[in-house]
Design a protein around this ligand. Sequence first.
Ligand code: 16G
Ligand code: ZN
Length: 543
Amino acid sequence: MDVTSIETAKSLHPKTYDGHIQYGTAGFRTRSEILDHVMFRMGLLAVLRSKSKRAAIGLMITASHNEEPDNGVKLVDPAGEMLEASWEKLATELANVEDAKLVSTLQNIVSTQNIDINAPANVVVGRDTRQSSPRLATAAVDGIKALQGMVNDFAVITTPQLHYLVVCLNTNESYGIATLHGYYQKLSNAFKEIRGSSPSYKNYTPNLVLDGANGVGAIAVREFQKYLGDSIQIELYNDGSGKLNYMCGADFVKVQQTQPMNVPQQQNVRCASIDGDADRVVYYYTDGQNKFHLLDGDRIATLIASYFKELLQESGLDLQLGLVQTAYANGGSTDYISKILKIPVACVPTGVKHLHHKALDFDIGVYFEANGHGTVTFKESALGTIRSAIANLRLSETARSAASKLLNAIEVINQTVGDALSDVLIVETILHSKGWSLADWEKSYTDLPNKQLKVKVRDRNVISTVDAERKCVTPAGLQERIDTLVATYPRGRSFVRPSGTEDLVRVYAEGQSVSEVQKLAAEVSLAVYELAGGIGPIPIVPN
Ligand code: 16G
Ligand code: ZN
């Protein structure tokens, strides 16, 4: 290890923040002004990870749907997954050690992880459009160079594009060409292939209104449109000229259950919102009575799963299809999946790594968080089965055509991580094939009214949960209190969990009516406030 070069670079990125900072659900995420030394150190860690895995590692600078002054960084493992849990701990340790202990901490990681310090290292760097991102990227690159890692800087890209690039590099480009051109081309070619020569069908028209959250996704959408030609017309709003994630974007629309700013309110027009780094998407429309209708990640999951189920039936392929959700999944969707679609459904804790991991258990694993983050994973063996069906001339024309549709749908999907733009293309593909409007899609099941609230507490870690976050075990008495409250509401359900990205506790409630869930959510918030050390204003329970 070249200690002199680390020491020299370190002096440019001294640790100036005294508080503790933690590698959370999606990496480090906090106010951008305290992140300089963290970025530098993540550059160093990415090099060690790359050496240890003998593969390219991704480093993404973004705070996703958070407000513009925040920023963050996450590392992406070789197969496109989130950083392995044991390394999250190393990341937290490295980010928090005093400057004087930086070198010895690195040396310690090298020896405990058995890293060959002379092995090559390749780090793929990407960033979102935040003002602080170029400065923070420089810090990360300084870290990578201080350990003599190779930097592959793609500058401004979406988070899913970074995952895609990492996987392409680590599969010798068998997954796809490791350039942005390769990304746009792979997805758009497959999309156009399935769409064929008639972009309109029954209630489906090839026009989509898209809210770009004023983020990096807006840039990518403009680029995509060039490749998509007239197979679909995307009308872009919040295109980057306004404030990032401000009253717009997927998170705003999902949580507020309302139309984003600047998108014209037109009746029965198909709209979608992506988030600030383009890894989430939700759909919505306003009906003839000006009522807002949200089609969230649960809907997208059921749409995709039912489409795959149909294609599997038509092709006669015996592949196991499964769906993965979190506690936030609407009870209406879970009932529909298990009782009507009859597809196995699993529930895991919040965070992409848990969903992705579980989805890999199935031949075809559809995973989505209600917030709109999700994708589909396919086992290599399943791809082989589908390919042989297409080539098998003894199968009927219908069966082979269904298998080829399946393969094209797989090409449209960015399997490496939830990708808002790839998800848009797959949703559009399915709606087109069914000839559906959003209202048609919505008919499949009814969402139960639901509400999310936040509670500020002194230490959010006093809340610990089990059963995929559906039950809390500490603080004592809280779960009993929630159970008692929930029991008074027919179809009521509620859970609380510490946020992994913000310093607060999240409360979720659902039930049979809007007024009931508002009340239940407030009552549970009050219970959290009282039993888990609430601070600030006391939650108010409506009458
Ligand atoms: C992060 C997660 C997302 C999760 C959210 C929950 C990744 C890449 N992203 O954005 O999946 O839904 O955190 O946030 O894992 P919370 O813990 O603040 O509720
Ligand atoms: Zn995001």
